[in-house]
Structures are given as structure tokens and as C-alpha cells.
Design a protein. Sequence first.
Length: 296
Amino acid sequence: MASLAKASRSIVTAVLSREQGEGVGALVRRSIGRPELRNHDPFLLLDEFNVDVKGGFPDHPHRGFETVTYMLEGEFQHEDFAGHKGTIGPGDLQWMTAGRGIVHSEMPVKSNPGRAHGLQLWVNLPHDQKMCDPQYQELRDGQIPRANPEDGVVITVIAGESYGVKSPVYTRTPTMYLDVKMGKNKSIVQAIPASYTGFLYTLKGKIVVGESNYEAEAHHTLVLSEDGAETIKVRTVDEEAHFVIIAGQPLKEPIVQHGPFVMNSQEEIYETFMDYQQHKHGFERAEGWHSTIAQK
């Protein structure tokens, strides 16, 4: 049994993420959340976004899940109806629990001529936490711990643990989120709880995954097997690579999603629309609110 626990998970599905329009003038490569991968419990969506100063994601609501924004390049502003406002830049993280309700805006910094490039992950919340109070966890690049298992390998531990290095982020739905950069001819063996579902999303270069030596290039979503194996082996050959490993404890609850609202039943979705339209049960401050950053 000990030898089985050390076996690497394999890749069971691979999907290329092509650019599509989203928000206002924004381009995204959708990973989880596209027709071939509608969701991957407990994850609802992963977008690699690329937005210039004319684009963005103006005022919109959320309920029932968490949004995790991780910047790769450029700067992004955030503002919500409770007065929370800020800017995140390269390497920074915002883990937002929408809970019972948030209305917010996410826009690139107009004074920065470059593009805002990053990842946004949606993590589902269990039924008993979907109506929790909204909360933010925000970490600057320098506050996110790194693991360096060998020269030429840097693992930014956004959530969970890697090579004994733990993230300070609290995850209501148990989650592992790692940003991995590897030089040429390097390898890692990342531990992953046997009960977790997971996937990799490739950002740059080519990687080789698992015992079967599955090869994948940039912008692919690689879904991991659910076979009880407790590691994932990844190596590079003749080029550098950049990718993320995302895994979590599946909730195994009904998922009913309508746009930015994710609940467990159609009735709860109907109630959410009524709450939003009537400005109640978490949406009280939405009445008459408009962000300042979306108006500029």
C-alpha cells in the first residue's frame, strides 16, 4: 500500500483554452467553466485574463462562492459597495469570499499603460457557508511564501502547502493553489491529499506530467486522475515552464449556477435574484451604488 500512495496522478483530460471576450473589452482564456469542463468540484471557473486600459469588469454582483484573483503582470483595481477599495500588482493576491452578497467592480489601473494579466479562480462554498458575511484576504507578493525544492524551481504557495511551506490563507473549502516556475531539466513531486480533485493550467513552456510522461504546452487545462494517488510528478526538458497546480476537497453538493450566483437549488437562485433586485439579505447597499473606478 505504501508504494501505491507514492504513485503519481495521471492526466485524464486535456483542454486547450482559447481566447474569448468577457466583461467590457477584456480577453480571457477560460480553463474550468468552458463547455468541455463546466466545473470541477469544488472549482467553478478559472480564467487567464488579459485586459488593457479600455477594458475591465464593471459593477457586477456575486453570491455563494469565492473569487481568487492572482496578478501576473500589470495592475488591477477593485472597489465594492461596502467601501472596500484597493489595487493589486504583479504577484499580489486577493481572496474574496462573496458569501451572502457582494457588488463590485474590477478594472485595470488607467495610469498604467501595460495590460493587466492574471488568473481568477472561482471556488464554490459549502451550503452552510454560502450565506456567510463577505470577507477579504489580501497578500502582497512579498507576503506569499515560496518553496525552493532545488535550484531553478520556485513554488509560490498561494494556498495549501508545498515542500513543508504553508500559506497563511484560510480556505473555507480546503484548497491547494500553487504557482510553479521551473527551469530546464528540472522536476518536482508535489504531495496532494488523496481525496482532492485537481488540475494544472499551463502558462508558459512545455511540461511532462506523471508516470505516462504526458506532454503539454501553454494554455492547456490538465485534469488529474482521481485514483487515490498522493503525488503529482512534473518535469521539464529543454525549456523553462510556468504553470499552476490547483486542487481541493470536492463538496459533492448540487451546483446551480446562474451567471454570478452559485447556489444549491433553482429556488435559491430565484431567491437570490429577488434579494438582489429588492436590495435585501446582503444586497442592501447595492441600491443606487455605482463604483468610481468603472466611471473613469
